[in-house]
Design a protein around this ligand. Structure first.
Ligand SMILES: Cc1cc2nc3c(=O)[nH]c(=O)nc-3n(C[C@H](O)[C@H](O)[C@H](O)COP(=O)(O)OP(=O)(O)OC[C@H]3O[C@@H](n4cnc5c(N)ncnc54)[C@H](O)[C@@H]3O)c2cc1C
Length: 361
C-alpha cells in the first residue's frame, strides 16, 4: 500500500496534521513507537479514574489558538483559577514572567549562552496580547478524546508499538522501515520536534540522525484525602531540588469522589535518590506542605508513578535534510502546544475549507 504521508509520532499536533491531510484527500498513516497515542499529552488511568492527564500541563496564552479550538473543536475553555504561577526562591510570581525569571536563574548559575537562547525562545512562545491563561473545562482530556475520535471516524491508519528506524529516498520513491522490518511506501514523511528519525538515505549517502539529549520526566499522581489543598491550578517551581511542576487535577476525578488529585513532576535527582517508592511520595508531599500548597496534616490515599521520555530532534543535523530533500521529509514545529498550534492554524484552515471538523462536533 502506498501512502501520501507517513506521520512519525502521535502528539496532538501530529494527530492534527494527520487529520487535516486526510481532510484534504491524502492517504495518511501514523506510526507510534509507544502502545498509546498522545505523545507528551497521553491519558492514563489512575485506579478507577479513567483518562486522566499524564503530566502537568499549561496552555500558553494565544487568543487566535483559543478561539480556533473553541470554534472548530467546540472545546469548552475557561480562565484558569487561580492563574498559573512560578515559585522561584520561595517567591510566588505570575507565570507570564517565566522568560525573565528563567533568564535570571540561568545567569545566576553561569549558563549565559543557554540563558540568552532560552530567554528568546520562551519570550517568543510567551508573548501574547491575552492577559489570562485559559484551559479546557475538563482539561486537555477533552482535546485528546476529540482527536482520538476523529482518527477513528476518519479511518486513519495507525501503527502502534513500532518506530520508524530508516527512511530511504531512491529516485523520488520514499520507503520507511519500521523496527519489525515492515516497509511503508509513501510520498512524504512528516516529523515533529521530538520525532526520532534514525537513518536517512538520500543522494546515495546515509545520515545517522542522532537526537539531542534525552528528557526524562518522572511524574507522580497523588490522591490526597479530602479537600486538603490550597487553591492553585498550575505551578512551575524553578530552582527547587525536589519538584519541577505541580498541577491540580481534582476536577478530572470521577464524579462524587471527595478527595484531591495532584500531578507532580519531580526532579531527576529526587528520582535517582529514591526511585518510585513511598519515600519519594513522602518527600514530595512534605515539599508541597512546605510550599503551603496542601494543609499540614494532608494524607496520601494512593499514588501512581509514570515516566515520559522524549528526545529533541537535532535541528543542526536535520537542516541539511530540510535543504536537500525538504519536499520528501517535512519538519513541523511542535515544540510547545499552543505556540506550535499558532504556527499551523492558517494552513490547517485552508485544508479544511468545508469545515469538516466542525461538522463532527
Ligand atoms: C512531560 C512534558 C510536559 C509538557 N508539557 C507541556 C505543556 O504543559 N504545555 C506545552 O505547550 N507544551 C508542553 N510540552 C511540550 C510538548 O513537547 C509539546 O506540547 C508537544 O507534545 C510536542 O509534540 P511532539 O510531537 O514534538 O513530541 P511528543 O509529544 O513527545 O510526541 C512524540 C511522539 O512521537 C513518538 N515517536 C518519536 N520518534 C518516533 C519514531 N521514530 N517512530 C514512531 N514514533 C516515534 C514518541 O513515542 C511520541 O509519542 C511538554 C513536554 C513534555 C515532555
Amino acid at each position: 500500500m502506498q501512502y501520501d504521508s507517513l506521520i512519525i509520532g502521535s502528539s496532538p499536533l501530529m494527530i492534527l496534521e494527520a487529520i487535516y491531510l486526510t481532510i484534504s484527500g491524502k492517504k495518511v498513516i501514523i506510526v507510534e513507537k509507544n502502545n498509546y497515542l498522545g505523545g507528551a499529552w497521553y491519558l492514563l488511568n489512575f485506579f478507577e479514574h479513567k483518562s486522566i492527564e499524564s503530566g502537568c500541563h499549561i496552555w500558553y496564552r494565544d487568543k487566535k489558538v483559543y478561539n480556533f479550538l473553541k470554534n472548530e473543536f467546540r472545546i469548552n475553555m475557561e480562565s484558569c483559577y487561580p492563574q498559573p504561577i512560578i515559585i522561584f526562591n520561595n517567591v510566588r510570581l505570575p507565570y507570564k514572567w517565566k522568560p525573565l525569571i528563567h533568564f535570571f536563574s540561568m545567569i545566576k548559575s553561569f549558563k549565559r549562552k543557554r540563558s540568552i537562547i532560552n530567554f528568546i525562545r520562551t519570550a517568543k512562545q510567551e508573548s501574547s496580547i491575552v492577559s489570562q491563561y485559559f484551559y479546557p473545562k475538563s482539561g486537555s482530556v477533552e482535546l485528546m478524546k476529540k482527536l482520538f475520535f476523529l482518527v477513528e471516524k476518519m479511518n486513519i491508519k495507525v501503527i502502534r508499538n513500532q518506530a520508524t528506524k530508516k527512511i530511504v529516498l531512491n529516485e523520488g520513491a520514499l520507503t520507511a522501515t519500521l523496527n519489525n522490518n515492515k516497509k511503508i511506501h509513501c510520498l512524504e514523511v512528516v516529523a515533529g520536534s521530538h520525532s526520532e528519525l534514525g537513518e536517512v538515505y538520500y543522494d546515495g549517502k546515509i545520515e545517522h540522525i542522532k537526537n539531542n539529549f534525552e528528557n526524562s520526566n518522572h511524574t507522580i499522581h497523588i490522591l490526597i484525602k479530602g479537600h486538603s489543598k490550597k487553591s492553585f491550578s498550575y505551578i512551575h517551581l524553578i530552582g527547587n531540588d525536589k519538584l519541577i511542576r505541580v498541577s491540580d487535577l481534582t476536577f478530572q476525578l470521577n464524579k462524587g469522589c471527595k478527595d484531591s488529585l495532584f500531578c507532580i513532576q519531580i526532579t531527576d535527582d529526587l528520582f535517582k535518590e529514591k526511585g518510585n517508592t513511598a519515600d519519594t511520595v513522602a518527600i514530595a508531599l512534605d515539599e508541597l506542605k512546605r510550599q503551603n500548597l496542601v494543609i499540614k496534616n494532608a494524607e496520601v490515599v494512593k499514588y501512581k508513578f509514570s515516566n515520559y521520555t522524549c528526545q529533541y530532534r537535532n535541528f543542526e543535523q536535520t537542516k541539511n535534510i530540510k535543504y536537500k530533500i525538504g519536499s520528501h521529509v517535512r519538519f513541523l514545529n511542535t515544540i510547545n502546544l499552543i505556540y506550535s498550534f499558532g504556527r499551523h492554524i492558517k494552513r490547517w484552515k485552508v485544508l479544511d475549507k468545508n469545515r469538516v471538523i466542525k461538522s463532527y462536533f
